[in-house]
Design a protein around this ligand. Sequence first.
Ligand SMILES: Nc1ncnc2c1ncn2[C@@H]1O[C@H](COP(=O)(O)OP(=O)(O)OP(=O)(O)O)[C@@H](O)[C@H]1O
Length: 242
Amino acid sequence: MDMIQVDGLSKRYGGKYVVDQLHFEVPQGEVFGLLGPNGAGKTTTLRMLATLIRPTAGTARVGGVDIRQRPLEVRRNLGIVNGGMGLYERMTGEEILRFFARFYGIEGPEFKRRLAWVDDLLEMGDLLKKQVREMSSGMQQKLIIARAVLHEPPVLLLDEATAGLDVFARRALLDFVAHYRTMGHTIIYSTHVMAEAEEVCDRVGFLHQGKLLFIGRIEEALQRYNTPNLERAFIRAVRGAA
Ligand SMILES: Nc1ncnc2c1ncn2[C@@H]1O[C@H](COP(=O)(O)OP(=O)(O)OP(=O)(O)O)[C@@H](O)[C@H]1O
């Protein structure tokens, strides 16, 4: 079953389409990489899927639910990690998670159960007791991810989620992605770091100036562009399209 179906999704700012007629599907249990350089339109695409901004044209379904028609239902079924999500400096990790859990109606013993689950999943350790202002950026990112998955959404959208992380935090995140997938969940993993995509993604889409130039399995990309390296494949796809 396709957990995500994207159908002509487009966004225009000013006179320019920054996301232009995207069509793709992501089956349940897949990690789909949305790959492209800065400004390619990755964030805009993920924010439309998360119903944070409205498409100019086209639509998408998440878990069979249309993002335009039933945005609240879509939001319950997904988690998103993307830049600029403020954390309250003086709250502890646990307080922040409790605060957000309430949005999903998760309270009392259910909250405790979920907290133990994310603690185990992400190895939160003492960051649950620390205030945000005492946390490293890697710890803060872990907390942001914990917040996004606390309600165990069947769809997780990760937007440049390893940006700014040190080697340990990055490794923990990539391992988490693989683990979350084995739980049967679906992930869109946006990045400009092709080596990360090679490691965690089942299929990838090459996004350039708002358009998808290629969609397929990593081996297919390497074969089509005749290179053993995904980064070169991306560059060849862009040159071929120019
Ligand atoms: N609110 C906005 N108003 C006008 N233009 C915007 C707005 N948001 C994004 N854009 C433009 O849309 C294009 C795509 O931006 P987007 O953030 O989606 O790219 P991206 O692939 O996520 O890159 P990055 O990794 O740099 O965020 C860029 O040219 C950006 O300047």
